[in-house]
Design a protein around this ligand. Structure first.
Ligand SMILES: [Zn+2]
Length: 429
């Protein structure tokens, strides 16, 4: 997990410099993302408002406040009934289900509360599954920022979405982006996606394939490739002692960087990184057909719901990366060499989440795959799953509880194992 003042990024991004391809945005008249996110970066003072009597939202607000305080902003949390008239002259962040607010109109934002649901321009959203975020336009003052929805779950999904801001409106359904917009320029992403993709159904996945793929790229998504993908899913499920998935994975094969970034909802990536694969809600998004990435993202969706959705990032990325190493010996070799290169580096801070996992290169991906493989091979799958069930904030305790020794000791043994492997490795060369 990655936090920049209230922005949460989950799952897998490998960053590198991207070349702008204006054509897709122009062709489909998509709103431009605001990469400056002034409302977050220049914010000095704000009131977070939560509904009266909602401990869940209050807890979420406290987390949000902590992130802002780290950026030295002055933030207070108030319930709706405790708001003073003067608070409305300053910046307000509204959090929680829209139905829990008695006087929504007082916030004066262009999202209207309906008897059931909410309305943006001509679009109405009445089902419980709809959530949204709203940010006032870049130069507006005072700032209004809202994360809300038609149920507590929909609000929580909006709260936890990978990026906030970038567009004035983001509407989600079951955590999947449905609509984005700036001012009066609102685009129904879901309708656009439906018109641009074809469906191929297989044993474990429904592949949604972009019509914009070149013929050469399209031909890579053939029966043989899909069979091979199915086989990997079966092998992984057996290795990890999981049950076969009940629901098919919705796997998008996008043709361009713009497609994957707009349709996956990782809008912050539009500001300049290359996105290979990403998980959104219960969908996976891939840039073209690359077996290892598609299997990697599918593993996130298979493993986490059956074991733990809130595990530590290092282990969360370690599992699919370890399997990638099983799939590809050269990748394992790359991982091993990386682990040797950083053998004297104390991994405690990245495992505990104190250090950012998603660095510019894929260093920690590779190391997490090697470390996870070591843990599974040394102590078995059951113990690993026991460790994985600890939430990220409890992960250090998780090592003690699961293996009866502190992480420092585990890391010492891991280092010895790496050194002995390295000696064998050199002897074999
Ligand atoms: Zn990943």
């Amino acid at each position: 997990m990655y936090r920049i003042i209230g922005i949460t990024i989950i799952a897998c991004i490998h960053c590198s410099v991207m070349q702008a391809q204006q054509s897709f945005i122009e062709k489909f008249n998509l709103p431009q993302v605001d990469c400056e996110l002034k409302f977050l970066t220049e914010l000095k003072k704000a009131t977070i408002v939560v509904p009266n009597d909602s401990s869940v939202v209050w807890e979420k607000a406290k987390e949000f406040k902590k992130n802002f305080m780290r950026a030295e902003a002055e933030v207070v949390i108030k319930t709706e009934s405790n708001l003073l008239k003067s608070d409305f002259d300053g910046n307000i962040f509204i959090m929680g289900p829209i139905a829990d607010y008695s006087h929504w109109d007082r916030f004066d934002i262009p999202i209207k509360k309906l008897k059931r649901g909410f309305k943006i321009g001509k679009f109405s959203f009445k089902e419980q599954s709809y959530g949204f975020s709203y940010v006032s336009p870049p130069d507006a003052y005072p700032i209004r920022f809202a994360i809300s929805g038609n149920s507590l779950k929909a609000y929580e999904q909006a709260h936890d979405m990978p990026t906030h801001g970038g567009f004035e409106y983001i509407v989600l359904q079951n955590a999947i982006p449905k609509l984005i917009g700036n001012g009066l320029h609102i685009v129904d992403l879901h309708a656009l996606l439906k018109s641009l993709y074809t469906y191929v159904e297989s044993k474990f996945a429904i592949f949604m394939i972009s019509k914009n793929l070149s013929l050469e790229e399209r031909e890579k998504v053939n029966n043989e490739a899909i069979e091979q993908y199915n086989k990997h899913i079966e092998i992984f499920v057996e290795k990890m002692k999981l049950s076969l998935p009940e629901k098919k994975v919705k796997a998008h094969i996008h043709a361009t960087q713009e497609e994957i970034k707009y349709f996956s909802g990782l809008f912050v990536a539009l500001c300049g990184s290359t996105l290979h694969g990403f998980v959104t809600g219960d969908e996976i998004h891939n840039w073209m057909w690359k077996e290892s990435t598609i299997v990697h993202e599918t593993i996130h969706l298979l493993f986490d719901p059956q074991v733990n959705n809130k595990s530590a990032t290092f282990l969360n990325e370690g599992v699919p990366t370890w399997y990638e190493h099983i799939m590809c010996a050269e990748e394992k070799e790359r991982g091993f060499l990386k682990a040797i290169e950083f053998i004297d580096y104390d991994l405690t801070s990245v495992i505990s989440g104190e250090e950012f996992f998603y660095q510019e290169d894929d260093k920690y991906y590779l190391i997490s795959g090697i470390f996870t493989g070591y843990m599974i091979e040394t102590y078995g799958v059951d113990k690993f799953k026991e460790l994985y069930r600890h939430e990220r904030r409890d992960i250090l305790y998780g090592f003690e509880k699961t293996y009866g020794k502190p992480l420092s000791e585990v890391l010492e043994e891991y280092k010895k194992w790496l050194l002995s492997k390295n000696t064998n490795h050199k002897l074999n060369q």
